[in-house]
Write a protein that binds this ligand. Structure first.
Ligand code: ZN
Length: 158
């Protein structure tokens, strides 16, 4: 079994969010998120688990989509979310936010925690690499660092 890991460099994105839980809701704020990825598996005919350059390019594409957006948790059980003309309206109790649609990235998750972001990035990565032939991956682990020393991981095993 082999393992490759990529991190640091430009594998990062900046985004705004707030988390609501148990009747509370954080204020709107942002993070500089850093993404790391570990792939485990057997070697391809070219004698690697995955080409480092290609892997970083692929992760970079996912980060670029997230970068400089407000991340909207479409499946939130706490937020009242409405889509109007070119806008998203989000309510939590007596608070009301209105965002231009172009500033918003809608994610199919229930909360924008680092754990859910790691799961989302992992799903996107699987979509982008599954077409590649000759790979022999046994697992993908994605880490999303929300702040220095605070990283959540999600692992998918094949
Ligand atoms: Zn936060």
């Amino acid at each position: 079994m082999y393992k490759v890991e990529v991190e640091k460099g430009n594998l990062s994105f900046s985004a705004a969010h707030f988390i609501s839980f148990g009747g509370r809701c954080e204020r709107l704020h942002g993070h500089n998120y850093a993404v790391s990825v570990i792939l485990e598996g057997n070697l391809t005919e070219d004698r690697y688990v995955f080409d480092f350059v290609e892997l970083k390019k692929t992760i970079r594409r996912i980060c670029d989509r997230l970068d400089h957006h407000f991340l909207l948790p479409m499946k939130s059980q706490h937020l009242d979310i409405k889509e109007a003309d070119e806008e998203w309206e989000i309510r939590f109790e007596n608070r009301r936010y209105v965002f231009p649609a172009e500033d918003v990235l809608v994610l199919p998750v229930d909360s924008i925690t680092a754990e859910r972001l790691a799961e989302y990035v992992c799903g996107q990565l699987i979509e982008l690499v599954k077409e590649q032939e000759g790979l022999s991956l046994t697992s993908i682990t994605v880490g999303v660092e929300e702040a220095p020393g605070q990283t959540a991981f999600y692992q998918h095993s094949f």
